[in-house]
Ligand binder design. Structure first.
Ligand code: MBD
Ligand code: FE
Length: 283
């Protein structure tokens, strides 16, 4: 890559993601898992790994390589990235079994709480020369009966047109392309932003090294992240993708769903509009 700007390093974004995760677990509380269930989950997890070692005849050098790699994941702060890319999608699908309302997807490692609160028609905080085609994303938040949810919050975050998230890359202003949009009395919102670029897992860290070792690609399709919440309703966490987007069929994080693909409409001025409505079930 030829660039005059410092590019984000795996270690830099990993450390920030680890700090963000530690803060979020303090907010969300403990799992309350019993000793009996811990025994069962840990025994089954170990047995699954033992089976691979036996059946694939894993060698001592391979075992030591894994040990070194695990140490590097911790040192580089990449546990949130690695776990969210390769495991969160299954946890989300289990949770989705008992959920109604809008389809969810994984949160990933780059959510930051406490962003600027904005009105129902809002432009996200962005740089004066923010790169990328304009995107006007609008819709309505309703309950299961179709009633509009006024004062609902859309907690929104996305990568910029280079694929970088503010808070996790150098030289991006704090809060860039993040915000909490509050719906109007009809439950409506309209967010002006830019089209994000696809996201590449940092290639200079241990997660990137694992992906390269296996010959996989390190890309997620371009996406928007949001949480939608309203009093008395279950909060949803989801992502929205773009029809025809590169990597849509091979997301490294396995987090795409057919219901979550926007079909943006190109406008005469070169920008795009996209519409998506959200439905929340009772809490
Ligand atoms: C991302 O941007 C993301 O959304 C997920 C789930 C994992 C890594 C980077
Ligand atoms: Fe993301």
């Amino acid at each position: 890559m030829t660039t005059t700007q410092p590019s984000p390093t795996a270690a830099g974004s990993g450390a920030s993601a680890s700090d963000a995760f530690r803060a979020s677990t303090e907010r969300r509380g403990s799992a309350g898992t019993s000793q009996e269930r811990a025994d069962r989950l840990l025994s089954r997890t170990l047995a699954a790994i033992h089976q691979v070692i036996r059946e694939e005849e894993v060698s001592y050098p391979e075992f030591q390589t894994v040990k070194r790699w695990l140490m590097e994941v911790g040192e580089g702060g990449e546990w949130p990235l690695f776990l969210d890319v390769f495991f969160e999608h299954e946890v989300e699908k289990v949770a989705a079994r008992t959920q109604r309302g809008s389809v969810g997807s994984i949160e990933g490692p780059y959510y930051l709480p406490g962003q600027r609160r904005l009105g129902s028609v809002a432009t996200l905080p962005m740089r004066p020369d923010e790169k990328g085609a304009r995107l006007v994303f609008s819709g309505q938040v309703r309950d299961l009966d179709g009633a509009a949810l006024a004062g609902a919050e859309i907690d929104f975050w996305q990568a910029d047109a280079d694929g970088y998230y503010s808070g996790f890359a150098p030289d991006l202003p704090e809060g860039n392309l993040r915000g909490v949009i509050v719906t109007d009395d009809q439950g409506r919102f309209e967010i002006t932003s830019v089209l994000p670029a696809p996201y590449q897992i940092p290639t200079d860290g241990p997660t990137g090294a694992l992906i390269a070792a296996a010959g996989w690609h390190p890309w997620r399709p371009a996406h928007l992240h949001l949480m939608v919440r309203a009093d008395g309703h279950r909060q949803i966490t989801t992502q929205l993708y773009f029809a025809g987007g590169e990597w849509l069929g091979s997301d490294i994080a396995s987090a795409t769903k057919d219901e979550l693909v926007l079909d943006p409409e190109r406008q005469a001025d070169g920008g795009y509009t996209a519409v998506y409505d959200f439905v929340l079930e009772p809490a």
